[in-house]
Unconditional design. Structure first.
Length: 252
């Protein structure tokens, strides 16, 4: 005769509730492990959607703050997508805080802000910068342990044809942006486990190491692939791990 299931601890039940509120697909299932009445399920659905809208609205406003400076000119802001019809459909299936959800919402914002009279030739690049930043701000999935070096879940490396760091400086000080800021830059966006976001300019050698850190190659294999000394690769990986761009195996 099978043994009855052990009752869940308060912590386990709390985790189940959090997952239920954060996961639209879980709320849409006909059955759940949580002891909810139909009325309670409807209230939980409403509250879960409220939480997701607030979560993404706040992070869109923070991440797309430079494009927001032009709201009076283009008549739009990134956080408006939260009230759109496509976002309501998204709420039915999103897992709040997941990278996949952040990618979808970020692309909604970029699309929303792209169909406008562009304030300058650098506009699309600015949106790409803010989108990459948003992926860091809106992804809260914990990083699983690594047995082989791999890239951080939400980390993004992207080349730009405009000097975005200087463009942001000029936008903050309300200066004009001219063709003098056309400059190739390579930026890495990452987030630490503690939630701190970094945007750093990468040297080509560091970017090559980061790109080859795919979760399948050990340090020696990466060094061989990029034609660099093992020690140089180890130092680069350690520096990248400090900003959340790389996850390294624990030291044994």
């Amino acid at each position: 005769m099978p043994k009855p299931a052990s009752p869940k601890s308060d912590r386990d039940l709390q985790d189940d509730v959090i997952r239920y509120l954060a996961d639209g697909k879980a709320r849409n299932k006909s059955s759940t492990e949580l002891p909810l009445s139909p009325q309670q399920a409807r209230r939980a659905e409403k509250f879960g959607r409220f939480l997701a809208r607030r979560y993404y609205r706040d992070r869109l406003a923070r991440s797309f703050r430079y494009s927001r400076l032009f709201a009076s000119v283009i008549g739009r802001t990134a956080e408006q997508v939260v009230d759109g019809e496509s976002f309501q459909d998204f709420l039915n299936e999103c897992v709040m805080g997941s990278l996949e959800a952040a990618q979808r919402v970020g692309q909604m914002a970029v699309t929303h802000l792209s169909d406008v009279q562009e304030p300058g030739a650098w506009w699309r690049e600015l949106l790409a910068y803010e989108h990459a930043f948003f992926l860091q701000a809106a992804t809260a999935e914990p990083e699983p342990a690594a047995s082989i070096p791999r890239r951080g879940r939400s980390a993004v490396s992207r080349p730009f044809r405009w000097n975005l760091p200087e463009i942001l400086t000029r936008l903050r000080s309300k200066q004009n942006i001219g063709d003098d800021l056309k400059k190739d830059v390579l930026l890495l966006f990452s987030r630490t486990a503690g939630g701190k976001i970094y945007v750093v300019e990468l040297e080509e050698s560091s970017e090559v190491v980061w790109r080859h850190t795919d979760g399948f190659q050990r340090v020696e294999q990466i060094a061989s692939a990029v034609s660099l000394p093992v020690k140089a690769v180890q130092d680069t990986l350690e520096a990248l791990s400090q900003i959340g761009a790389v996850v390294l195996p624990p030291i044994t």
